[in-house]
Design a protein around this ligand. Structure first.
Ligand code: UGA
Length: 457
């Protein structure tokens, strides 16, 4: 039977959960303390850019299964299942800030008017589910397993593909403690059960660690291939042929082996640091997580250094004075307006500190970027940003950059330096129209490696 659900916190994860769970046939109330957000969502407008989200938002608003409110207490009292989807930002020491999680737990404790399953979907450090359970039990004088249950249900959505990921997950992980809670969660996700998506039923701590292990492992793959790309550059090898060949080994898989300017976003950097912090807390040396974080920070510095080298300059203060640098792509990845921990933030800071003028274009993320960097000039298209530039850098893997007319780009620019931070362009074509081109790990001087019997990565 469909469930009555409250989704507490309507940021990225919360919005997707509210919309998706309503689409599964449940009745959902999205609750958030921010009145502007709630007004926008109630009117069918998403405060963040995510392909397809508004269509699902409006469809479920019209069906009557989804509504939004600023009244968390009412949403809690009316619901049997409470999803906690508030933010858990990084603390100075890499740990996660649980202030919002604690606040929501206290509101739940004050409004526990019937048996409820409290589901933590926010990414939280190991032990947090138990901590929240005990906090609610103590504050409400309630008994876990009888008056309420705690469930850990980490999410694996990728920004830009979140709608698709929500409805077609690789797996659904549910940490639980009582059969009653398990039955409730089975109903919440009945639509996925019917489609036979794999379900992982496990303990609270196992569910918590699955999330950190998955994200840190993927981050490790990227950091590894980035370092391999740097080495390929140095020895004159082609990283794509290397990555493709590695990926042919089923144990490795070709996914997440694309080199670039470093990973960003609200998840990989934060979760890698949080895993390391968990190791410190429990006396276990998580040296790989630590190395991945350091490696990624170094990778984020490399694009600017490469650009300065190609221009025959350095990144010392004033060294890029009088130069105009075009930057294509500001978001941390394609199909999002999110700039959190974006490598473009590091590059633009380097360029401005070295005295350059920055001309930027991003299909979605410019308004967010402009809040951090008002001194950058923003343009409506790639060719406009490139006009008169001494050099151009591609930072985000937006599809539209793959199809750039390189001859037109060259004509628009003043200089001919092109740094392709995502390897989106054909090096031979770029060089043929006069560019001094460098990608990432494309050191092989003559053409590209070919691997027969398979499509290129
Ligand atoms: C990531 C995970 O992929 C999701 O499974 C997880 O649910 C999510 O974090 C989360 O914890 O909420 P996301 O951060 O949205 O999703 O984006 P990814 O597609 O994983 O990309 C992360 C970063 O790695 C981006 O900066 C991207 O450009 C970079 N990347 C990715 C590479 O540089 N190379 C690759 O091969 C893949």
């Amino acid at each position: 039977m469909a469930k009555k659900i409250a989704v507490l916190g309507n940021g990225y994860v919360g919005l997707l959960a509210a919309v998706g769970l309503a689409d599964f046939g449940n009745t959902c109330i999205g609750a958030d303390v921010n009145p502007d957000k709630i007004a926008a969502l109630s009117a069918g407008r998403s405060p963040l850019y995510e392909p397809g989200i508004e269509e699902y938002l409006n469809r479920n608003l019209s069906s009557g299964r989804l509504r939004f409110t600023t009244d968390l207490a009412e949403a809690i009292q009316e619901s049997e299942v409470l999803f906690i989807t508030v933010g858990t930002p990084s603390l100075e020491d890499g740990g996660a800030d649980l202030t919002f999680v604690g606040q929501v737990a206290d509101i739940i404790a004050r409004n526990l008017n019937s048996y409820k399953v409290v589901v933590i979907k926010s990414t939280v450090p190991v032990g947090t589910n138990r901590w929240v359970r005990d906090r609610i039990a103590q504050a409400a004088g309630a008994v876990p397993g009888k008056d309420f249950d705690l469930v850990s249900n980490p999410e694996f959505l990728r920004e830009g593909r979140a709608v698709q990921d929500f409805f077609h997950p690789d797996r659904t992980v549910i940490g639980y403690e009582s059969d009653r809670a398990r039955e409730v969660m089975f109903e919440v996700y009945r639509a996925l059960n019917v489609r036979s998506v794999p379900f992982v039923w496990c303990s609270l701590e196992t569910a918590e660690l699955i999330k950190y292990a998955s994200n840190t492992f993927l981050a490790t793959k990227i950091a590894f291939i980035n370092e391999m790309a740097n080495l390929a550059e140095a020895v004159g090898a082609d990283i794509h042929t290397i990555a493709q060949s590695m990926g042919m080994d089923g144990r490795i898989s070709p996914k997440f082996l694309h080199p670039g300017p470093g990973f960003g976003g609200s998840c990989f950097p934060k979760d890698t640091r949080a895993l390391e912090a968990a190791g410190r807390q429990f006396g276990v040396n998580m040296s790989i997580a630590k190395a991945v974080d350091a490696s990624n920070e170094a990778q984020k510095q490399r694009t600017g250094l490469k650009l300065a080298r190609l221009l025959g300059r350095t990144l010392d203060p004033g060294s890029l004075g009088g130069l105009q640098i075009g930057v294509l792509g500001l978001a941390f990845k394609q199909e999002t307006d999110d700039i959190r921990e974006s490598p473009a933030l590091v590059l633009v800071r380097q360029l401005l500190d070295a005295g350059a003028q920055v001309r930027a274009y991003d299909p979605k993320a410019a308004p967010n970027f402009a809040r951090e960097f008002p001194e950058v000039t923003y343009y409506e298209g790639a060719y406009e940003a490139a006009a008169g530039a001494d050099a151009l850098v591609i930072m985000t893997e937006w599809n539209e950059f793959r199809g750039l007319d390189l001859a037109r780009l060259a004509r628009a620019m003043k200089g001919r330096v092109l740094v392709d931070g995502r390897n989106l362009l054909d090096p031979a074509e770029a060089r043929a129209v006069g560019f001094t081109y460098e990608g990432v790990g494309r050191g092989q001087p003559v053409g590209r490696g070919t691997v027969q019997g398979s499509s290129p990565l």
